[in-house]
Design a protein around this ligand. Structure first.
Ligand code: URA
Length: 212
């Protein structure tokens, strides 16, 4: 697994505003969207393109277009929805699938409650959107489902990650012939006893949608 921590002053600035407890939901949504676009720029660096012949007003030239099948963006409900606009702004021709995962707050185990994804993901580059890589349980359950459908190249875009979660995801795919990449704005200190990232930003879903 490859982990990319995006070291950029704008990313750090927006993340700090996102973390502040006084940041309102409206501002949080805006910042999350902006941050995702910045992370997505790096996360899409290995997108597959093919050459295309075009004409400019001056001369013919060879350019590139995103290859078929198109990449697919998969926000993990509910908090991943807050990242979707930021991603589709950058890649408007991508398809969007949805995966609903819920984490049991006692066992911290993730289960699927909604699946609106194509059955065949062979040759598709998949971009999973989940703001918090905490224990890694939700991300591993999501990636496993994508791999079962034939995906071999999965990039997770997370606003924040915990070292424990990154280590679990790394161990889960170490012996698999698949490309798994995690792109994040920061790796925080640790998880607390409730599986929250410290210092983190709290419950991403609650902060996005104002239910505290
Ligand atoms: N999910 C969140 O929303 N926040 C955390 O800190 C961990 C998991």
């Amino acid at each position: 697994m490859r982990t990319l921590v995006i070291d950029h002053p704008l990313v750090a600035h927006k993340l700090t505003r996102l973390r502040r407890e006084e940041t309102s939901s409206a501002t949080f949504r805006l910042l999350a969207e902006e941050l995702v676009t910045l992370l997505a720029y790096e996360a899409t660096r290995a997108l597959v393109v093919h050459p295309v012949e075009i004409r400019t007003p001056v001369a013919p030239c060879t350019g590139v277009e995103l290859a078929d099948p198109r990449p697919i963006v998969v926000p993990i409900l509910r908090a991943g929805l807050g990242m979707l606009n930021g991603m589709t702004k950058l890649m408007p021709t991508a398809e969007v699938g949805f995966l609903g995962m819920v984490r049991d707050e006692q066992s911290l185990l993730a289960t699927t409650y909604a699946d609106r994804l194509p059955h065949d993901l062979q040759d598709r580059q998949v971009f999973v959107l989940d703001p918090m890589l905490a224990t890694g349980g939700t991300l591993i359950a999501s990636i496993d489902l994508l791999l079962e459908r034939g995906a071999r190249d999965v990039t997770a875009i997370c606003l924040l990650a915990a070292p424990e979660g990154l280590a679990r995801v790394e161990a889960a795919y170490a012996d698999r012939d698949v490309t798994v990449t995690v792109v994040t704005a920061a790796v925080d200190e640790r998880l607390n006893d409730h599986g929250y990232i410290v210092p983190g930003l709290g419950d991403a879903g609650d902060r996005l949608y104002g239910v505290v």
